[in-house]
Design a protein around this ligand. Structure first.
Ligand code: BES
Ligand code: ZN
Ligand code: ZN
Length: 521
């Protein structure tokens, strides 16, 4: 059997096939080829429709037939709506023209994102999926003036987790139409492949994606990148030696052994430069433990390792792109299950830094793993520590899937995260770290801390963040609660339904920005 991850990466490699141009040139004329072209929304007073540069070029090749047929076949195409033309040209028997929205679109300060890039991602995604449904395997894509956004739209749009099905979606290889912007296209391919890897890991069933398997996948993938990258798969015994009592207390409720995955990427020209440390919650299945969750919808808790998946995938992408930065990734991985040794409500456990925690709700397990991982992160002389976790249902109640909630003690980090989110369209929104919430987790009958807030339901995302803060002493720390953005129904139009792999691209972009800003203030 083909190793599933090899399969998904083969697929995505295939999608970004501009690296294999010589090879694909040989087979290019044998298969059916499709072309995706963008068109801007028409202003009322304008008579002629506005094609992109690539569209104009293609229209010239087909002696104006594209413009002619597009005008005659119906009204101006609205944003994300498409029309398909057959037989315009021998090389491309099928041409999908798709609406890009207003040509004037750019940064939208109310939405805090770049609307132009979002429009391109959506349009390209729609068109590529249409050609995939027609079983067309080779698609050339209009870069639409922003080849990175176009590549992201293509690859994110085409991804589907069908590893375990007999009937699979057709593999589609995409490349930019025309020879310009190859580098930006390739950057988009890397960004999207990173997110697709996170989607793959999150979507995979928990009986496949165990802590051990998760770590193996990163050992394999990062191992290919060579010297700048080191991977350590820390065993249960190592975790015990580190006295990570909070993490271990969760893991012992399952027969599946825990792992702490530790990734080092040294990309900075100065090997002594302080690293940026990422930490990700890696609960490969969260049943709730003894405080068991309702059975309806529990299957989604296979994605409770989304923090680990997104931070590790972002580091893989950073290493692939050879970003000039030192990065460390820490992913405490385990299952939260209710066996005879599991945490019981009221149990008291001891974290690595000696603090005791009363576990009143075994379903608030993420903060226990993270407490120990954050203590460990403090040993690396980090320039900043950023953790991501599908931590609370309350985060989903607060913001839904619009943005990741960011709790941070650093305006420097906040600015970079916000700017990164605006560029990727995978946005963040700042949340409070008031003392008000800290008081609610530092009152406990039996221990130093309680793993749930005193007024359990009120401000649940904020009390969880306040709990993590008890394990942080560095001046630049951010906690990203990604529970609300874990999955996609149809809110992000350029991805199919399923686990979203958010905010992998924002973390990558954030690392890219930090590699250019060496000054933490
Ligand atoms: N993994 C869940 C949070 C979650 C919920 C993520 C929905 C994604 C979608 C977390 O471990 C959890 O169960 N949190 C509890 C905390 C509560 C017991 C204080 C929650 O949010 O209900
Ligand atoms: Zn839980
Ligand atoms: Zn959880």
């Amino acid at each position: 059997m083909l190793h599933p991850i090899r399969c998904v990466l083969q697929r995505s490699l295939h999608h970004g096939s501009c690296r294999r141009l010589s090879l694909s040139a040989q087979c290019y004329n044998t298969g059916r080829k499709g072309l995706v072209l963008g068109v801007y929304e028409k202003n009322k007073e304008e008579e002629n429709l506005v094609l992109t540069q690539a569209g104009d070029r293609f229209d010239a090749i087909v002696s104006g037939k594209l413009r002619d047929q597009l005008t005659r076949s119906g009204p101006s195409l609205k944003k994300g709506k498409s029309r398909i033309f057959y037989g315009l040209n021998e090389e491309f028997p099928s041409v999908v023209v798709v609406g890009l929205g207003k040509e004037s679109a750019g940064f939208n300060q109310h939405e805090v994102w770049n609307e132009r890039k979002e429009n391109i991602r959506t349009a390209v995604s729609v068109a590529c999926r249409q050609l995939q449904d027609m079983e067309i395997e080779q698609v050339e894509v209009d870069p639409c003036g922003d080849a990175q956004a176009a590549a992201e739209g293509a690859l994110l749009g085409l991804f589907e987790y069908d590893e375990l099905k007999k009937k699979k979606k057709k593999l589609v290889s995409t490349r930019p139409y025309g020879s310009q912007e190859a580098e930006a296209w390739q950057k988009g391919v890397s960004y999207a492949e990173g997110q697709n890897l996170a989607r793959y890991l999150m979507e995979a069933p928990a009986n496949y994606m165990t802590p051990t398997k998760f770590a193996q996948i990163f050992e394999e993938q990062l191992g290919k990148l060579g010297g700048d990258v080191k991977v350590f798969t820390r065993s249960k015994q190592w975790i015990e030696e580190q006295q990570m009592g909070a993490f271990l207390s969760v893991a012992k409720g399952s027969d599946e052994p825990p792992v702490l995955l530790e990734i080092h990427y040294s990309g900075s020209p100065d090997p002594k430069e302080q690293p940026l440390v990422f930490v990700g919650k890696g609960v490969t299945f969260d049943s709730g433990g003894i405080s068991i969750k309702p059975s309806s919808g529990m299957d989604a808790m296979r994605a409770d390792m989304g923090g680990a998946a997104t931070v590790s995938s972002a580091i893989l992408t950073a290493a692939t792109l050879k970003l000039p930065i030192n990065l460390i990734g820490l992913a405490p991985l385990c299952e939260n299950m209710p066996n005879g040794r599991a945490n019981k409500p009221g149990d008291v456990v001891r974290a690595k830094n000696g603090k005791t925690i009363q576990v009143d709700n075994t379903d608030a397990e993420g903060r226990l793993l993270l407490a120990d991982a954050l203590c460990y992160a403090h040993g690396f002389n980090a320039r900043a520590i950023v953790n991501a976790a599908t931590l609370t249902g309350a985060m989903d109640v607060a913001l839904g899937s619009a943005a990741t909630g960011v709790f941070t003690n650093s305006s420097w980090l906040w600015t970079h995260l916000q700017e990164a989110g605006a560029v990727t369209g995978d946005r963040v929104w700042r949340m409070p770290l008031f003392e008000h919430y800290s008081k609610q987790v530092t009152e406990s009958a039996l221990a130093d801390l309680n793993n749930v807030g005193k007024y359990s339901r009120s401000g649940g995302a904020c009390t969880a963040a306040a709990f993590l803060k008890q394990f942080v002493t560095v001046p630049h720390w951010a906690h990203l609660d990604i529970a609300g953005v874990m999955s996609n129904k149809d809110e992000v139009p350029y991805m199919r339904k399923g686990m979203a792999g958010r905010p992998t691209r924002t973390l990558t972009e954030f690392a890219d920005r930090l590699s250019k800003d060496k000054n933490p203030s």
